[in-house]
Design a protein around this ligand. Sequence first.
Ligand code: F6P
Length: 556
Amino acid sequence: MASAALICDTEQWKGLQAHIGAIQKTHLRDLMGDADRCNAMTAEYEGIFLDYSRQRATGETMGKLFKLAEAANLKEKIEKMFRGDKINSTENRSVLHVALRAPRDTVINSDRVNVVPEVWGVKDKIKQFSETFRSGSWVGATGKALTNVVSVGIGGSFLGPLFVHTALQTDPEAAKYAEGRQLRFLANVDPVDVARSIKDLDPETTLVVVVSKTFTTAETMLNARTLKEWIISSLGPHAVAKHMIAVSTNLKLVEEFGIDPNNAFAFWDWVGGRYSVCSAVGVLPLSLQYGFPIVQKFLEGASSIDDHFRSSPFEKNIPVLLGLLSVWNVSFLGYPARAILPYSQALEKFAPHIQQLSMESNGKGVFIDGVQLPFETGEIDFGEPGTNGQHSFYQLIHQGRVIPCDFIGVIKSQQPVYLKGETVSNHDELMSNFFAQPDALAYGKTPEQLHSEKVPESLIAHKTFQGNRPSLSLLLPSLSAYEIGQLLAIYEHRIAVQGFIWGINSFDQWGVELGKSLASQVRKTLHASRVEGKPVLGFNSSTSSLLTRYLTAEPS
Ligand code: F6P
């Protein structure tokens, strides 16, 4: 077996490199003509259907990718993750977000301690707290029940919960439990975001949940202090006990902040921030809004994919197939980006969540053992729901750069289909685009076709589509809490697969540190200048003059 650091030196990697030429001679227009190939390039699990026939790949490519997976010890790495080995070696931590959704009787050890009872202990506490809160028995400082929740957190303590909340909001089953309630998020330290998050809210009926794994993140702590002040100035200092709760791994700092330890919900260092939506980070605010049983369905959906990922053969394993194809696109075909295109407005916050999950996990410069990578990892993830994206950036995807696309569709809409009398219903109209776009990308349009359509000669070049642009289609049966959990877990595992193959650590994020420490230097300078009138020193001429311009304008 090859060492992870040498994956690019293996004969399997080189075999794929040698295979690029053969694929470059193909066109998806021709590959799509082979019905057997198309049928083979599918996988299904619990009604979730993946069609990857529009990837620039053949059966031979897939065979070579499965061999690469073997060379990278993928099976063993997945096992190591599930059994709690400390695969996040730079932080000496297990990676156990799968334990957050495991059934109660599962045994998963980290440091020889079964973590599942602890996980369920916190879930039981959330269930109880959310029932008290939702029943109106939990009253605020003035005796009123609380109906509004502002969740304060950033990055992984924000994007995952926001995605799930946005997706549940229009699911009728979940929505009926949210009537008369509001869940909002405050992430950015920008005072504009503060204003937006509390606009028209009354502190008397608002609960603030401070969500931070470390409880030291500058933006979150300043926002938490700002909302604490908002509560105190209206209701007095004693109100904090009833109007502020917290989610963190650092319960000591939660207490020091002034939040009652009984109202703090723990999670653990073996949950990475961007993998934390299934911990109290997401489960608490979502349970306050929708009730714990709905959130439990979401967790069960994620858990079903954990089982599929751990036990299905790679040939039929959706996260593994997706991960391998991404490695193929990035490392061999050289496509640096990936577009995530859900044909569902409910999934409007899915791409921003996956952007953090993927780019913070796999945007690395070294192998897990610290050796410089001789190839690039990760991709630039972005996306928007269809059809909105079609009227925005699809031009570039069709005729500009080649960007592999994930098309995500839902068979049964969350919402009733209006205007049934039209030629097609609203949902069919939406889905017509979901089915058409991948073929437009794959087939393109030739000058010959344009000539036969009598397109004026001067426009032939402009109207030509080269095609041969890869995509994959993921079709979900519906979009209830369960499928939302499944979709989340599919992408979490896909991203881990990519990192396992590349041989990097997908679970640390040292790259965010430098900017944070420079910001703290600037923060001190701003303070010293504003409060003590000190000059701006210690920066290059560009930063000094920008800072001086900022400081000498209207003081904030
Ligand atoms: O900016 C990086 C990061 O550490 C993310 O990984 C994390 O999700 C986010 O900041 C927030 O961190 P915390 O939950 O500790 O406030």
